[in-house]
Design a protein around this ligand. Structure first.
Ligand code: MG
Length: 396
């Protein structure tokens, strides 16, 4: 069946790369149609994307931007407001026979449309890690009930998925990964500040923290990389995706960003996945899974693989990393609290209102101050998210 894709977050870094991969696959003669685009407010960019890919339905969270797009392009169906992306998913499912959703909206606002896609049984290409961090039990449980397949696009998780799939049939049955895998290690580049003297790091500026050494990404994830909160989010994401307990998931510093994950099976075999640090690789792997189409960019030359380095994470440098295991062992809405506090703190840091060292402190303080509750409904998760935002805002 040809892929009919809804792209949520089409103007962000992952969204733009996804469209590049779609164009590349269509050039190869594979049929990937884009049936819907969702973005925040960059309506001119979205308009251009609809022209290039023949898209008829769009969601813009910003109503003013949506009004401008309607005026410029009366032939488009345009949804607006906070529920726009969810409405787009529903319309494209009902009217365009959508098969797949690329969930590339950053942050908690990606949760509702992704959850709706899971309810509708669509195949989900997941790069919005915050969705699983905040509501992993809900999203995975919904997908299991509807039969929605979740294909990870976050590079480490795409790597782990491929490693696990070498020995277990995918999609993985409940408990199957835990029964065979002894340890999953996600690699971390160390972010922009990995070589900065520890004493200076807590006062680093946004400009310094945004210069990522190996990956070109959006601002939120680049700051999360500098604080290692990104790896904390990814440990929680892996916990939900693969059904592994927290103690089986770790992280290793790997400055070259060539090895993305290591999966150690019970019998002592460890499978690693290696690829250039290029998000188009995991994006394409999900779009063509389980097949491997010709790469969209330069392929890793194994002869260049000298000098790969690995080191343990220094928790003194990255205190935010330890919060992942705390959130997993506390459970319930703990992940939602961590995620919301981090979103607020990162935004405040980017606006110059707090120092880098405060981000992880604020997240920890919010997790101390707001008690976790069962995360069994969207309402419970949204309530925890709101409480954590308020508590984090006070601390900012
Ligand atoms: Mg990642």
């Amino acid at each position: 069946m040809p892929t009919r894709l809804i792209l949520l977050g089409s103007t962000g870094s992952i969204g733009v790369s996804t469209l590049e991969v779609v164009a590349h696959l269509n050039q190869l003669g594979r049929s990937v149609a884009v049936v819907g685009l969702a973005a925040n407010g960059a309506w001119e960019k979205v308009f251009l994307q609809t022209q290039l890919f023949g898209v008829k339905r769009v969601a813009l969270a910003d109503p003013a931007a949506a009004a401008q797009l309607r005026q410029a392009a009366p032939h488009l169906e345009v949804f607006d407001g906070p529920g726009a992306a969810t409405q787009l998913v529903e319309a494209c499912h009902a009217q365009d026979g959508a098969t797949d959703v690329a969930a590339a909206i950053v942050g908690f606002s990606g949760l509702r449309p992704t959850l709706r896609a899971a309810q509708l049984g669509l195949r989900i290409h997941l790069s919005n890690k915050e969705t699983l961090v905040a509501a992993g039990a809900l999203v995975m449980g919904t997908a299991q009930q509807s039969g929605a397949v979740i294909l990870p696009v976050d590079s480490e998780h795409a790597a782990a998925f491929q490693g696990i799939a070498c020995r277990l049939p995918a999609p993985f049955a409940k408990g199957a990964v835990d029964a065979q895998v002894a340890k999953l290690v996600l690699t971390a580049s160390g972010g922009a500040l990995r070589d900065m003297p520890l004493a200076d790091m807590k006062n680093a500026t946004a400009k310094e923290a945004l210069c990522h050494p190996t990956w070109k990404m959006g601002q939120k994830v680049t700051i999360d990389s500098a604080t290692m909160l990104n790896k904390a989010l990814e440990v929680i994401e892996a916990h939900w995706l693969f059904g592994l307990p927290g103690e089986k998931i770790g992280a290793l510093l790997h400055p070259q960003s060539i090895v993305h994950a290591l999966v150690s099976f019970n019998d002592g075999a460890t499978l690693a996945q290696l690829a250039s640090p290029d998000m188009r690789v995991p994006i394409q792997a999900a779009l063509t899974w389980p097949e491997a189409a010709p790469a969209p960019g330069p392929v890793l030359d194994p002869l260049t693989l000298t000098g790969l380095e690995f080191a343990p994470l220094c928790l003194e440098r990255y205190p935010g990393f330890a919060l992942a295991h705390r959130a997993i062992s506390t459970g319930g809405t703990s992940g939602a609290l961590l995620n919301a506090a981090n979103e607020v703190a990162v935004e405040a840091f980017l606006a110059g209102r707090i120092k880098l060292g405060r981000i992880a402190q604020i997240v920890a303080e919010v997790m101390d101050a707001v008690p976790a509750a069962p995360a069994d409904s969207l309402e419970a998760v949204a309530a925890a998210d709101a409480k954590a935002r308020e508590a984090a805002g006070q601390r900012v």
